[in-house]
Write a protein that binds this ligand. Structure first.
Ligand SMILES: [Zn+2]
Length: 131
C-alpha cells in the first residue's frame, strides 16, 4: 500500500499535471491579475480527491503569495483592484478565488472591495461552494 507521503507526492504531481490544460484556458497569463510568469497551479477549495481543472487555477507568483498570506497580515489592497473585474469571471475556480479575496479585503475595511461585493450577484450553487 502506498504511504501517505507517496499519496501526497502523487497528488502534487497530478495537480502540476493540470498545468497544460490550465495554460490553454488561461492563455498563458495569470488567471487573476493577467500578469506573467512564473505561473503555477493552485488548487481551489473545495477540492476533489482527484485534481480537476474546475478546482484549480493558474496563477502568477504574486497572486499565489497573496492567497497564501496568513490572516494576521493585511493584504496590499491597492495592488488587488483587478479583483473588481475578475470576480465576474465565468471560470468557476477563478471566481471562487476572487470572491474569497474580496471578502477578506472587505473584512479588512477596504471600501472598494465591500462595494464590489455589494454589487455582485452569485448563483446559489457558487455561494454553496464558498462556505
Ligand atoms: Zn497574478
Amino acid at each position: 500500500m502506498a504511504s501517505r507521503r507517496d499519496a501526497h507526492h502523487a497528488h502534487k504531481a497530478a495537480v502540476a499535471g493540470l498545468g497544460k490544460v490550465l495554460s490553454k484556458r488561461a492563455r498563458n497569463v495569470c488567471e487573476l491579475c493577467t500578469g506573467g510568469s512564473p505561473l503555477g497551479v493552485v488548487e481551489v477549495e473545495p477540492v476533489y480527491e482527484t485534481p480537476d481543472p474546475e478546482r484549480a487555477a493558474l496563477l502568477c507568483l504574486t497572486c499565489r503569495d497573496v492567497l497564501d498570506t496568513k490572516p494576521k497580515y493585511k493584504l496590499e489592497a491597492t495592488a488587488l483592484r483587478f479583483l473588481e473585474e475578475v470576480v465576474w469571471s465565468d471560470v468557476l475556480p477563478v471566481q471562487l478565488s476572487a470572491v474569497r479575496l474580496l471578502r477578506r479585503l472587505s473584512s479588512e475595511d477596504v471600501v472598494w472591495a465591500r462595494d464590489c461585493l455589494d454589487g455582485l450577484y452569485l448563483d446559489e450553487s457558487v455561494e454553496a461552494l464558498l462556505q
